[in-house]
Design a protein around this ligand. Structure first.
Ligand SMILES: Cc1cc2nc3c(=O)[nH]c(=O)nc-3n(C[C@H](O)[C@H](O)[C@H](O)COP(=O)(O)O)c2cc1C
Length: 243
């Protein structure tokens, strides 16, 4: 049977963003080995914030009273063997639209609390798949540890959804990747590794740590990155002063 993948990209830059640069080959790799992939961009979708009224628990079990684009996402989530959350790092976490979408996942949980692995949880409603969760992210700062808070969050979400956290494709100093592509510099190994991680996840059920390391590899030394970024910023600011 085909593995079903639900991917959500929470970048306001959607297809044109730095997150998409890593997400796309990852999904291509999964498709190449037979996965069925559904990709949603939060940009352009109408997803209202959860109103916290618990209507989906106590009035219309499993169904939110808000009629918006979550009605397209939830049926895919229920069936997904693999859930891919792709987001740029915003204020040390995920983007607002991604969080808004995730808050609406509450309708797939049963209100009765249980103790699972020694911790309070809400069980999934009958028919909701467990499966895996993968994080894809990129950020503006240079260091890999900028992702630490987001990884902890993604791991917690995995536990709450009853999904196994399968790891993360992380691209620090992400904006350098597109700049290097545009300048014809050798970065193809990063894209190939993202594709390979996708193939591995479907075929082997796990991603190889060495493959993930290539995706996060240093693109430019830190001081050089800071200098180039600041040069670019100064140019933009002085153009503003000239106006
Ligand atoms: C509102 C906002 C908050 C951001 N916060 C962080 C941050 O906390 N750490 C970081 O390294 N980069 C941060 N960034 C930079 C983005 O992660 C970076 O530009 C990324 O490449 C954007 O990805 P995208 O093109 O897919 O949207 C922030 C950018 C914005 C606009």
């Amino acid at each position: 049977m085909k593995m079903k993948v639900l991917a959500i990209n929470g970048s306001p830059h959607a297809q044109k963003g730095n997150t998409a640069l890593i997400l796309q080959p990852f999904l291509d790799g999964m498709k190449e080995v037979g996965a069925e992939v559904h990709l949603f961009y939060t940009k352009g979708m109408k997803i209202n914030p959860c109103q916290g009224e618990h209507t989906c628990w106590f009035h219309t079990p499993g169904k939110c009273f808000q009629e918006d684009d979550m009605q397209e996402v939830l049926p895919k989530l229920i069936q997904a063997d693999i859930l891919v959350l792709a987001t740029p790092l915003y204020v040390d976490g995920m983007t607002g639209p991604m969080k808004t979408l995730l808050d609406r996942f509450i309708s797939i949980g049963d209100p009765i609390m249980e103790l699972r692995d020694g911790h309070c949880r809400h069980p999934r409603r009958p028919g909701v798949k467990d499966g895996k969760l993968v994080l894809v992210s990129n950020c503006g700062f240079w260091e890999l540890d900028n992702f630490d808070p987001l990884i902890v969050h993604a791991q917690a979400i995995s536990r709450n959804l009853g999904r196994e956290f399968s790891g993360a494709l992380l691209r620090p100093h992400g904006p350098a990747l597109k700049a290097m592509v545009n300048q014809g510099m050798p970065v193809n190994d990063v894209f190939e590794a993202a594709k390979e991680a996708g193939r591995q996840l479907i075929q082997d059920g796990r991603m190889n740590a060495d493959t993930l390391k290539i995706i996060s590899r240093q693109l430019v030394p830190r001081q050089q990155y800071v200098d180039i970024a600041n040069q670019h910023v100064r140019k933009l600011l002085s153009a503003l002063e000239d106006k």
